[in-house]
Design a protein around this ligand. Structure first.
Ligand code: COA
Ligand code: AMP
Length: 626
């Protein structure tokens, strides 16, 4: 099958195309209606189909002769552990934990918040929720109590699942006090908190609320898979928007399962028995899609790695894992390879390992800069696939489809749109631009299966944020260009979202936290180029009249504030005091110009600016800082 043929079929006859892809998974009730509008007018896939995502990921393989194949490998250099789970063993654990959740009152449609480090129990908890037809919401462990509290209030979980601690290289991060504080801060109180006690650090349990994971498992009876409708939610994953309140991206069961199975074969060329390693975290969409659901639905072996690309113990960690488990496809953010390159510029450590099973290196999450591409290509000598997607879509909008018809890569391009995604570049009026011209990257509706149908509890935000800007299109928030060969070039966000070490963060949210400091009158946070992390936030701070404070002291306080409110993952480490911020005459801060100045780029003074002289002043302040 050629790419062009498959892509065209997906655009011309989407219902026929996706019906065929849906045939590849097991339904409890086959869908007869492939695409229909819901009561909100949103396109929904496989509306009358019934299935269970955990059944597809586990039981189905056990019942079809793959019980003894390895489903999941846990590799943890930070605890010196390696554990293999066969499909039969993982199914048993998931069914038991589903029993624990059921006993705790979790039923179909109920929410469960999971706040865990990279341990197999995190995946077990996710799959157990799917088994019961309940809805998980995993919160990344690098977020602080306040962020967790916001998610508790929005998702309103019956149960929270956590662990006593996480391990960041050689540092213990106590998770339980963070969970306790978040529950304290939140208006909504979960009934039960199930805690995995890790031997590295035991925590106190609250009487009458907290349960010990191991003890609960001993007492539990396995629970069966609950059939759900294709359109029922499987999970909510919060992601940064432009305001302080994160958006709960909703994923359904049916479209997601079909998209996971299809993308695993088409984008990644992964087939039953192949070993796939997404070196991410279950707290991000990459972890949901390609550590947990897609590899298991496809019958592959997935690697769940509790470590870093460097320092656990060295910059050879990625190559060691690839060799130990005969990994066929590795997927990581470019920042991880930049970290490896920094410590092992000649990539000498890779030579110590047998990488013969490795076929492809996949990268996403942020822009793949040409030096990183060249470095990995030169030293690893495998196809490097840059692919572009978002939490909202759950799978690649564009990429080089290794299981279909790999294309000749072009520098700086994420290659071609994936089947199902009718990618268009629009001008400010919403009209398609000519080939080679830049604009806003949009996807013509319907979105393919797997993409979000709404924002949890806030459909209006979904409409206003994605669908209302250009009727008939979903706007991605990224700018870019399609060339004459239909290759897509992604040029970066058009809003105030930044990408720090592959982590998506809202500058607006950081601004709210910084502006909450008693000395601060106003501030702007912009993304500043960083050699390692791609971007890092920089705060430009205007003090209140009459306030005198040592700048170093203020900077330290602001860093602590962002750490305490958002989390260490924000990497907020730079703040400078300025005496004016550039604004339009109507009072809107000109963030784009600030970004240009902060990155030493050329800029044009906007005609709407009310005080052009302040730009030179900011340039001087930042120059002095450097
Ligand atoms: N729990 C608690 N804290 C966490 C955490 C977690 N799960 N993950 C990160 N943090 C903390 C880190 O310890 C660090 O704290 P510090 O400021 O006190 O040192 C801070 O958050 C920032 O983390 P990070 O941006 O990851 O920086 P780092 O210096 O620890 O590591 C890299 C740098 C490049 C090695 C690392 O960012 C990396 O591996 N990135 C890959 C990104 C990725 O997988 N993205 C997913 C999308 S594909
Ligand atoms: P997230 O929702 O965390 O996956 O972040 C999605 C955003 O990350 C996208 O909207 C892009 O801005 C950026 N992104 C993801 N993958 C790529 C890529 N391959 N190239 C450029 N930017 C990317």
């Amino acid at each position: 099958m050629t790419y062009q043929h498959e892509y065209q079929a997906s655009i011309d006859t989407p219902e026929l195309f996706w019906r065929q892809q849906a045939d590849a998974i097991h339904w409890f009730r086959e869908p007869s209606t492939i695409l229909a509008k819901d009561e909100m007018g949103i396109d929904r896939w496989f509306v009358d189909g019934e299935l269970n995502t955990a059944y597809l990921a586990l039981d189905h393989h056990v019942l079809n002769g793959r019980a003894e194949h390895t489903a999941l490998i846990y590799d943890s250099p930070v605890t010196q552990q390696r554990v293999r789970y066969t499909y039969a063993q993982l199914t048993e654990q998931v069914a038991l934990f589903a029993g624990v959740l059921k006993d705790a009152g979790v039923g179909r449609g109920d929410r469960v918040v999971i706040y865990m480090p990279m341990v197999p129990e995190a995946a077990i908890a996710m799959l157990a929720c799917a088994r019961l037809g309940s809805v998980h919401s995993v919160v990344f462990g690098g977020f602080a109590a306040h962020e967790l509290a916001i998610r508790l209030d929005d998702a309103k979980p019956v149960v929270v699942v956590s662990a006593s601690c996480g391990i960041e290289v050689d540092r213990l991060i106590e998770y339980k006090p963070i969970v306790d504080e978040a529950i304290e801060l939140a208006q909504h109180k979960p009934n039960t908190c199930i805690v995995l006690q890790r031997p590295q650090c035991l925590c106190d349990l609250v009487d009458g609320r907290d349960l010990d994971w191991q003890q609960a498992m001993i007492a539990a009876q396995p629970a069966d898979c609950v059939p759900v409708r294709a359109t029922d939610p499987l999970y909510i994953l919060y992601t940064s928007g432009t305001t302080g309140k994160p958006k709960g991206v909703v994923r359904d069961n049916g479209g997601h399962a079909v998209a996971m199975n299809y993308s695993m074969a088409t984008v990644y060329d992964m087939h039953p028995g192949d070993v796939f390693w997404a070196a991410s975290d279950v707290g991000w969409v990459v972890g949901h899609s390609y550590i947990v659901y897609a590899p298991l639905i496809r019958g592959c072996t997935t690697v769940l790695y509790e470590g870093k690309p460097v320092r656990t113990p060295d910059a050879g960690a990625f190559w060691r894992v690839c060799a130990d488990y005969q990994v066929k496809g590795i997927f990581a953010a470019p920042t991880a390879f930049r970290a490896i390159r920094k410590e092992d510029p000649e990539c000498r450590l890779a030579a110590q390992y047998d990488l013969s099973a490795l076929k492809t290196v996949f990268m996403a999450g942020e822009r793949l800069d040409p030096p990183t591409y060249d470095w990995v290509k030169t030293h690893i000598q495998r196809p490097i696939v840059d692919h572009w997607w978002q939490t909202e879509t759950g799978w690649a909008i564009a990429g080089n489809h290794m299981g279909l018809e790999p294309a000749e890569p072009k520098a700086g391009s994420v290659t071609r749109p994936s089947p199902g995604y009718n990618v268009q570049i629009l001008d400010v009026k919403g009209m398609p631009v000519a080939r080679g011209e830049q604009g806003s990257i949009a996807i013509r509706l319907p979105l393919p299966p797997g993409c979000l149908p709404t924002i949890w509890g806030n459909h209006e935000r979904f409409m206003n944020g994605y669908l209302n800007t250009y009727p008939g299109y979903y706007v991605t928030g990224d700018g870019g260009m399609l060339d004459a060969d239909n290759y897509l070039f992604v040029l970066g966000r058009t809003d105030d979202i930044i990408n720090v070490a592959g982590h998506r963060l809202s500058t607006g949210e950081m601004e709210e936290v910084v502006a909450g400091h008693e000395a601060v009158a106003e501030c702007a946070v912009v993304g500043c180029a960083s050699e390692l992390k791609g971007e890092e936030p920089l705060g430009l701070v205007l003090l209140k009249d009459g306030v005198h404070i040592c700048e170093d002291e203020l900077r330290q306080q602001l860093i602590e504030r962002v750490r305490d409110n958002i989390g260490a993952v924000a990497s907020f480490k730079q703040a400078v005091v300025v005496s004016r911020l550039p604004k339009t005459r109507s009072g809107k801060i000109l963030r784009k110009v600030l970004r240009n100045i902060a990155n030493g780029e050329d800029y044009q003074t906007p005609s709407t600016i009310d005080d052009p002289a302040c730009l030179q002043e900011i340039e001087d302040v930042l120059q002095r800082q450097r």
